[in-house]
Design a protein around this ligand. Structure first.
Ligand code: GRF
Length: 188
């Protein structure tokens, strides 16, 4: 079994989807040790409950520097023997402290066809772009914002009568299929 930690900051639907797959036996090589979040009020915390999963809340405001904050997380990761980190809507850049310890062992999913629409509100950027398609990307994490090596992408159309919520739902449906598939392939 490979021990992984999932990092999330928000609603946590990708986190929940991965946990459902793990529970259903679809990711047989993977053991999720805990949910790590930087937001004490995040919805993802409630989503961890049915899985009886540990949740570690580490807030940047409680530390003097980002490095101190990451050192606290790293201590916990090492205590649990975590080998891979899966980012699922974690809204901070991973800095040198964690990156050096987990080089080439951190995955992220981003809701656009990278290198297009990096950063926040990628769905909104695609929605207002006039593009006829968008999608999602799973990539390795490096020190940049959504700049790591691309592993796999999935496309979907943008229809003229879409609302932004329609588009978000369409992209998320792709994510719920793509992310577990890539995780199963990459993390062995
Ligand atoms: C996803 O769209 C993912 O691509 C991005 O953040 C979003 C997280 O959504 N990194 P959720 O919290 O999993 O619902």
């Amino acid at each position: 079994m490979v021990k992984v930690a999932i990092f999330a900051s928000g609603s946590g639907t990708n986190f929940e989807n991965i946990m459902q797959r793990v529970t259903a036996g679809e990711l047989p090589n993977i053991e999720v040790t805990a949910l790590y979040t930087d937001q004490a009020e995040a919805e993802c915390i409630q989503r961890a409950q049915p899985f009886n999963l540990d949740v570690h809340i580490t807030e940047l405001k409680d530390y003097a520097t980002k490095a101190d904050y990451e050192r606290a997380m790293l201590k916990q990761l090492e205590r649990e023997g975590v080998e891979w980190i899966i980012l699922a809507g974690y809204m901070k850049l991973i800095s040198a402290t964690i990156l050096d310890a987990y080089e080439s062992r951190i995955l992220n999913i981003h809701p656009s066809l990278l290198p297009k629409y990096k950063g926040v509100d990628a769905i909104g950027q695609a929605f207002t772009s006039g593009d006829k398609e968008t999608g999602t990307t799973v990539h390795y994490v490096d020190s940049g914002m959504d700049t790591g090596q691309i592993i796999e992408q999935r496309q979907c159309p943008i229809y003229e009568d879409d609302t932004k919520a329609d588009l978000e739902q369409r992209v998320k449906s792709l994510e719920y299929e793509l992310y577990p598939k890539v995780i199963a392939e990459i993390i062995q």
